[in-house]
Design a protein around this ligand. Sequence first.
Ligand SMILES: C[S@@+](CC[C@H](N)C(=O)[O-])C[C@H]1O[C@@H](n2cnc3c(N)ncnc32)[C@H](O)[C@@H]1O
Length: 311
Amino acid sequence: MSKTHWTSYWQTGALTSLPMDFKANYDGELENYWQSVLLKSRTEPLTVLDVCTGNGAIALLLQELADKHEVKIEVTAIDASVINPTNILKSHPDKAKYVPMINFIGNCLVENMSENIEQKFDLIVSQYGIEYCDTEQAARNVAKLLKPDGELVFVAHSPDTAMHEYMQTEEAVYQYLEQVDMLVAFERFGHNHITVNGFKNKLQKGLEAMSKRMDYRSNSLFQTWGNAAMQLYEMNNSALKTQRDSVKQFYIKYQHARARAQDMLNVTDKLLNQKDWYLTFEQYGLKLENHDEIIYQQKHNVGHFYEFSQI
Ligand SMILES: C[S@@+](CC[C@H](N)C(=O)[O-])C[C@H]1O[C@@H](n2cnc3c(N)ncnc32)[C@H](O)[C@@H]1O
């Protein structure tokens, strides 16, 4: 399973998967939640595995909190995408003390992580991650990697129907751009498989069709593509010729963004339609001790935490 779309996102240097809401790392009630998890633990050094870590948001948060509260921990962090600690450091020099303390393992799927990791852990954690995996396989692997008294604690997305509809509309916009040949026009021009005039022709037809889709007019994705297409269409041929590489980069960027949005849409579908998905962990020797919503700044439901212990 290729995770290029996530690798490209993490290469931008973002620390969290919600950069609009969390400028640095997760803070407020989310940080407080992870602090309470850390301070409840009795073992030292506490061995922790953060799965679906991305650029290590939760791994780093726990490492920093442990430092602050003088708790000894050893953190391993895995993700299916390629994770480059040097790149994290470049974008977050303030984390210089903590990034090297974490054992990052990229290119590692949760579904077979127990084949690649020999150590066992006191605590396996995840935020906005484990729900992206095949639940049965994830549960089997978690059970194999937990120490006898170990715990699994994760915060999953807490989707509502409005979020689901928003993501469905986004995917519908991509499908529409495909239908009017806009995506293929950008792809072919970027890869030098179509002439400047051929590209302009496609842009003209696409823009004509798009101008009739009143229902998508206020959609920001639709506007971004419409504006980009219009700017390119209005260029003279010699200026347009110099744009092949930027058109290619634009196309690739949105191809990855679409794949990430599709992942999120699938996850949202799963969480809304299989309400008891998390109980699968109980079939693998874990017991659900506690679960609840996390409300951020007293208004936003930012996730649902689940705490499991070994039976
Ligand atoms: C929404 S991001 C969350 C990242 C991070 N935990 C955070 O909160 O910022 C989901 C991450 O899960 C990873 N992922 C998805 N499926 C996976 C799998 N089967 N095994 C390992 N990682 C996976 C993706 O590569 C991505 O980095």
